[in-house]
Design a protein around this ligand. Sequence first.
Ligand SMILES: *Cc1c(COP(=O)(O)O)cnc(C)c1O
Length: 456
Amino acid sequence: MKEREIPYKIYLEESEMPDKWYNVRADMKKKPAPLLNPGTLKPMTSEELQGVFCDELVKQELDDVNAFIQIPEEIRDFYKMYRPSPLVRAYCLEEKLQTPAKIYYKFEGNNTSGSHKLNSAIAQAYYAKQQGLKGVTTETGAGQWGTALSMACSYFDLDCKVYMVKVSYEQKPFRREVMRTYGASVTSSPSMETEVGKRILEEFPGTTGSLGCAISEAVEAAVSREGYRYVLGSVLSQVLLHQSIIGLETKAALDKYNITPDLIIGCAGGGSNLGGLISPFMGEVLRGEKKYRFIAVEPASCPSLTRGKYAYDFCDTGKVCPLAKMYTLGSGFMPSANHAGGLRYHGMSSVLSELFDQGLMEAVSVGQTEVFEAAELFARSEGILPAPESAHAIRVAIDEALKCKETGEEKTIVFGLTGTGYFDMVAYEKFHNGEMNDYIPTNEELEKSLSVLPIV
Ligand SMILES: *Cc1c(COP(=O)(O)O)cnc(C)c1O
């Protein structure tokens, strides 16, 4: 074993933790396109957005100008309970791969939600409480966001109503119980509780649901109740802002040892962890200070960046949300039953979409079986059992490290390990039994769901 001059884990002292979030939009010359009102096709005003979202979060959503936004002390205190998250040097994985590459991962699974989602949940719950609201509604796919929000709401004593995508509700009953432990009420979506749920069930009887459906239901539940607002765990620019804590900590830890990454990799569902991880580094690129390669990894079964269209689309299946300009597969796209529930969204953050469109970020898509092969290799060498979503980033990090083995390049690779996979053992079981399904949508299927974009 060679001497390890860099520690296995790079931690930050409490005093070194960021006290401001970084808003990458401030440094983008060409800004992400604004959200549009689906009726008038005019940019959504703050008044319109305030009917759905908390006032302070609307301000953050519309802020393209301020690069740094102070993190309120109450949120920083909560962060201190489970952050900073470790930046780990994957010495054992490097050894296993026999690669000259240096691999680091930022591990966000060290909290009960098992993912990075708590970083934004606590912020959103805080602003809802500040506004004097009674509660919030939301959707959850794999369950991590619902869990994170339940934790955040119980901390601030807010009511929390979660619409959980039916396939997850059935596959992951224990997720549901974790949420209920934190006092949330959990409904399988689509449900008969909302008008939009009834409509979707009529149109697609027997559907196992999707994030897009659950969003529509949660929005309806919020706007039809006094003292409630809707909160979203990904996609929105405010969520990327809160998740910048991941990138800021990563950068502070790397800077401590004068490490400059060549390559930064993350899985991309709605884009929040990846956006958060790369934001401060992307800022340096945008300001002309540094160069990095960024890679977004998505499932081949739901390939919004690699096979979607950059266009205005609905954020939800029921078409009740504003229109966002993003890489999309069409709001009616129903992904096949993929085991990375957190990556089954038809669109992508408009910030990341714009950066990708400008050629500042790359994207690749990967199949499920190869993802689980990487997950298992990682679990066996680094000890952590990764979430299937996170394993998408692991796959590409390993592939890049293997390329370095061929070329002899000592690249420094950083990837986001967004969470743990303890609630995904049904997926691991399928993999072990050789029953994994690698469904990839056909061009015809994508053309069909893209043929109904609201603006052409
Ligand atoms: C939700 C989730 C993701 C994907 O969401 P993004 O907004 O794209 O980050 C990835 N990994 C885990 C563990 C998740 O829970």
